[in-house]
Design a protein around this ligand. Structure first.
Ligand code: SF4
Length: 306
């Protein structure tokens, strides 16, 4: 089974090619809002679940066909539980210049080895949703050996050591962490952590636990304004970002069709999009004069004109 998935249009990272580093469902948390399902392996000690070489070979093959904006280390659990992380990042950098992001729950940065492993990524997007232990336990159902104080100190240490961008995600759930006390406490601690961006999220797809309820847009806006300039809502793709995602798809089609003529069905596979969506994008690109069409046998092939 491949460890590479997508590319998918990401609210935070443009066209994102995912790399799955841990087996389903291995995590230090078991969040109410998890979309992967309940955690079956709740662990704290990183492991080499799959050889670095396997991942880089699969990645290299995929990158022959597409040009994503970001290679995103994430997947079916917590990616920082992958022990050869530093070696993986360095190997990816030997095959491509595409930026590397890590989507993490941020629960392991108190561990110096885990912290050292991620330093060469360009973006780290950890989660911090509350500064109160009881809320933390209710939302994330963490491994018994971790406490919220360790997580917060770990995030501060990450900020100290890491030179890239930190996009701190706050997952807001109605009735759990949306009160004035919660939001005021979070603001203070987030200022101490000093991320580059504060990204407010809520539940947008069916979660693992039906008690995880989304926040309405009015309250999300209020919280964003309270957090200040660095804050943004990422809970839905805003219209201006939608057009960026759309352009990313077009760029990927052109990039791919520049290397070799492609059929619509191949592009649908590469982009993970329904065939009719790809046909719509192809028509648009032909209309703009960016693509040419040739028939070969019963197949239709698309080539980039520049
Ligand atoms: S940290 Fe992520 S993968 Fe782990 S349980 Fe929470 S949402 Fe799911």
């Amino acid at each position: 089974m491949s460890h590479i998935f997508g590319p998918v249009p990401s609210r935070r990272l443009g066209l994102s090619l995912g790399v799955d580093l841990v087996p389903v469902k291995t995590c230090s948390y078991d969040c109410l809002y998890c979309q992967v399902g309940r955690t079956t392996g709740k662990i704290l000690d990183p492991e080499a679940f799959v050889p670095v070489r396997t991942i880089t070979e699969e990645l290299e093959e995929k990158l022959e066909k597409i040009a994503p904006d970001t290679i995103t280390l994430s997947g079916s659990g917590e990616p920082t539980l992958y022990s050869p992380m530093a070696q993986l990042i360095s190997s990816i950098k030997q095959i491509t210049d595409i930026r590397i992001a890590i989507l993490t729950n941020g629960s392991l940065f108190w561990n110096e080895e885990v912290r050292a492993g991620v330093l060469e990524a360009q973006i780290i997007a950890p989660t911090l949703s509350t500064v109160f232990e009881e809320t933390y336990r209710a939302i994330h159902r963490p491994h018994a050996d971790i406490e919220l104080g360790m997580i917060i100190e770990g995030l501060k240490a990450l900020r100290r050591d890491f030179r890239g961008f930190i996009f701190l995600e706050v997952v807001l759930l109605a009735g759990f962490n949306d009160s004035a006390r919660e939001i005021e406490g979070l603001k203070q601690v987030i200022e101490e952590i000093s991320p580059d961006r504060i990204q407010l999220n809520t539940v947008v797809r069916p979660p693992a636990d039906s008690r995880a309820l989304s926040l309405d847009t009015v309250r999300l806006e209020e919280i964003k304004n309270f957090f200040g300039d660095k804050a943004e809502i990422i809970a839905d793709i805003p219209p201006e970002q939608r057009s960026q995602v759309f352009e990313s798809y077009e760029d990927t089609i052109l990039e791919t069709a520049r290397r070799r003529p492609m059929r619509a069905v191949d592009l649908a596979n590469v982009l993970d999009l329904p065939l009719e969506d790809v046909e719509g994008l192809l028509e648009g690109l032909i209309g703009k004069g960016d693509l040419s069409v040739t028939g070969h046998g019963e197949e239709t092939y698309y080539s980039a004109l520049q």
